[in-house]
Design a protein around this ligand. Structure first.
Ligand code: SF4
Ligand code: SF4
Length: 372
């Protein structure tokens, strides 16, 4: 099988983050600061990515601004010829740092927002004052001329505010807003019962987005990411496993998708030991679900298998226990009923969030300890 080069690379620079969003899709066990790749290794990875054919680099986390070398990393990526997109909560960025990032060649920023009202936003983020600081960062970004996208992860605690969130994004000067329903991986799966909206709320949100897309045409672009739990067919997750993009974890393991480490039995190679090009082409984890040979029925003989690639392997594993099964978001999947059952159970739940906690040194407490 010929393997085309990847177009995008998501660099998870760190798992450290001052926020504690209940919908965070980062793993339950976060990587420690002491295990993170150093500046020179990241820049070598960016140069290898550009040589391999990657066009877009997403600097992400955790909170990428928690890295003291963020400006240097951005400069290294821009020098390598990559389009650089910073995915941030805004916490840890001030005017001087934003100016330095712009000077280093940063091309675009995606800024997360939790709600339009400070009290609710800070409650969701688990961080007092986050709302006000994010708005300040948005205004400074726009003043610097950096293109801004607002990322709004939608769930039960903010779904009624979608109209206001979009209008506020226009007011902040964003060119685009991503209205994306929460995905249930990592920490988010622990909070699924508190986050899942009802079918009626999802239908209303879809109608709101359609109405606003027409009304605000030319003022802002709205990207709507539909929720898997209310879908008829799954999304083409990652545009197909090992087809378009790769993730590098804070310590250098290279993953076909953000949540791939939740699937047991896969072997992930590291940029510490191998060149990125060899990992992309030969890594057992990337080759595990390339093509369609691994598929089971109903995907194997389905005419949509080159459209959605059987959906998400991580969700198939999380819900059915086998990553080779059809994504349960699919109406043809034998496990599809379990998605409806989860929605029904969620509506009956009280909806309290579980937050990650920090130790005094600033590292997150591992999941098991945080629960006790
Ligand atoms: S989702 Fe929230 S807690 Fe998780 S990395 Fe992003 S900002 Fe931090
Ligand atoms: S059966 Fe498999 S390939 Fe067909 S639509 Fe469902 S998930 Fe996609």
């Amino acid at each position: 099988m010929s393997i085309a080069p990847p177009l995008g690379l998501l660099a998870e620079l760190t798992h450290r983050c001052p926020l504690a969003c209940p919908y965070c899709s980062n793993p339950l066990d976060l990587e420690r600061r002491s295990g993170e790749l150093d500046t020179a290794t990241w820049i070598r990875v960016f140069e290898e990515a550009a040589a391999l054919g990657v066009l877009q680099l997403h600097l992400s986390g955790g909170e990428p601004a928690a890295r003291a070398d963020l400006v240097e990393l951005t400069r290294g990526a821009a020098r390598a010829g990559l389009y650089t997109n910073l995915i941030t909560s805004g916490i840890g960025l001030d005017g001087a740092r934003l100016e330095a990032l712009a000077g280093a060649g940063l091309d675009h920023v995606q800024l997360s927002v939790q709600h339009v009202r400070a009290e609710e936003a800070d409650l969701i983020a688990g961080f007092a004052g986050a709302h006000a600081r994010k708005r300040g960062v948005a205004r400074e970004l726009v003043e610097l001329g950096l293109p801004l996208t607002i990322n709004a992860v939608i769930h039960r605690a903010n779904i009624a505010a979608v109209d206001e969130l979009v209008r506020e994004a226009v007011d902040l000067g964003a060119r685009r807003i991503e209205v994306a329903h929460s995905q249930y991986y990592g920490w988010a799966l622990k909070n699924r019962a508190a986050l899942l909206p009802s079918a009626a709320q999802v239908a209303e949100t879809r109608a709101t987005v359609e109405r606003l897309s027409a009304e605000l045409l030319g003022a802002i672009v709205i990207d709507y990411v539909a929720p898997d739990y209310f879908a008829r067919f799954p999304k083409p997750c990652m545009n197909g496993w090992g087809r378009r993009s790769m993730n590098v974890t804070p310590s250098g393991r290279v993953l076909p998708c953000h949540a791939a480490e939740t699937i047991p039995g896969l072997t992930f190679w590291s940029v510490r030991e191998r060149p990125l090009a060899a990992i992309w082409r030969e890594s057992p984890a990337f080759n595990a679900f390339r093509g369609s040979e691994w598929m089971r029925e109903p995907c194997r003989s389905c005419p949509r298998k080159e459209i959605d690639f059987g959906g998400c392997r991580c969700q198939a594993f999380a819900i059915t226990g086998d990553p080779r099964n059809a994504d349960p978001a699919c109406a043809y999947a034998p496990a599809h009923g379990s998605m409806d059952a989860a929605v029904a159970a969620a509506q009956a739940s009280a909806g309290a969030f579980a937050y990650r906690r920090y130790t005094r040194s600033g590292e997150r407490v591992p999941a098991a300890a945080a629960e006790s």
